[in-house]
Design a protein around this ligand. Sequence first.
Ligand code: AMP
Length: 209
Amino acid sequence: MRIVLLGPPGSGKGTQAVRLAEHYKLQHVSTGDILRDEVSRQTELGKKAKKFMDQGELVPDQLVVDMIASRLKDAFVLDGFPRSLPQAESLDALLKEKNVPLSAVFNLDVSEEEIVRRLTKRLVCLDCKAVFPAGTQGTCLKCGGSLGKRGDDKPETIRERLRVYRQKTKPLEDYYRRQGLLRQIPGLGAPDEIFKLLTQQLDSAKSKN
Ligand code: AMP
């Protein structure tokens, strides 16, 4: 199974990707997590990526595509990639080479007001990067690490990330709709409900094949 999760920052892609990866035994590929790791290890890629990430801009397509191409296995859920048309076209080319098509593209649909509300308040584990809603007290439930704010979750960077999303990533909905792959998922419900919708759609597509 090969899944792409689309949706604005803060729409719940990361949360659902972790669960889908566990449920269907897929490789979870979060370009944001990989890039943050490169930044914290101060690699060449991390040094190049940092300035774009700090400003809420996209890291240049070629850097991200090369990073993905060297990691991608045959069964995966992509979280935060592709984020632009050139990235989507590169992914198609990569999959064509391997002769393995995408199974589904889900768009987690959440309004901008809700996104700003979530991102300004959300907390992340500074160690394992798990995301927690506003007001969560204490330490990370998964690994016991300290909770804090993500560097790019501040109001001016959030506004820029949303602008970039509208301009560069939103057009991917049409791109995948034309390929007959796009499925819209209301992203406002509880994580459990959204996960149920995703698995229902994937299981029914599987049983038809
Ligand atoms: P995320 O954790 O997915 O919100 O990503 C955090 C930041 O990493 C983004 O604001 C971008 O600067 C960068 N990034 C993540 N994925 C990509 C991608 N596919 N293309 C370009 N930049 C990306």
